[in-house]
Design a protein around this ligand. Structure first.
Ligand SMILES: [Zn+2]
Ligand SMILES: [Zn+2]
Length: 173
């Protein structure tokens, strides 16, 4: 175990479970009840990018004013438990591309773990909030891009140093 590795009590209270961890390569993301836990990559090529989205869809599905995300390759993203406890909800009516987007959430506690869509095959838009090591959001996982920045609610300020994209930005291309 190197000094960069953290687990259990090194991390903030993680919902009902306390078995999250992080190291220089990977980190866990766990739903609030603990039934679903995944491991995400923290380095390229597995970690594609990090972004915030202010679109109306993300407000609804995150039950908040914006969503924090990291795009990861499916090949570098895995479950440690609970894949069978996810419910998938897919629709294409409110996506600006008209292409289907699917939400994957824990059917016990409702935590949304990721979205995936036809817009980016082979990847997942992992939600940032359930990641167990919160300090990663200040460093490796700090948002690089803000999507739908024109819809950002007035009392939220831009992330310092981040690209401000109109709509989907380069994601939409
Ligand atoms: Zn859960
Ligand atoms: Zn969005």
């Amino acid at each position: 175990m190197t000094s960069a590795e953290k687990k259990g009590k090194d991390l903030p209270l993680q919902g009902l479970t306390q078995d999250g961890w992080s190291n220089e390569e990977e980190a866990t993301t766990t739903c609030a009840c603990g039934a679903v836990q995944m491991v995400v990559p923290l380095k390229a090529p597995g970690l594609v990018n990090t972004f915030v989205c202010h679109c109306a869809d993300c407000r609804k599905v995150s039950a908040s004013m914006f969503a924090t995300n990291l795009t990861t390759l499916d090949s570098h993203t895995r479950f440690t438990r609970g894949e069978e406890n996810l419910t998938l909800f897919a629709q294409s009516h409110t996506t600006t591309t008209g292409r289907k987007m699917t939400n994957a959430f824990c059917r016990t506690c409702g935590t949304i773990m990721y979205r995936f869509g036809e817009v980016a095959p082979g990847t997942k838009f992992m939600r940032g909030g359930p990641i167990d090591d919160h300090t990663l959001h200040d460093t490796i996982l700090k948002p690089q891009v803000e999507l739908f920045a024109e819809h950002r609610t007035a009392w939220v300020t831009p992330v310092e140093g981040s690209e401000q994209a109109h709509g989907m930005g380069t994601f939409g291309g």
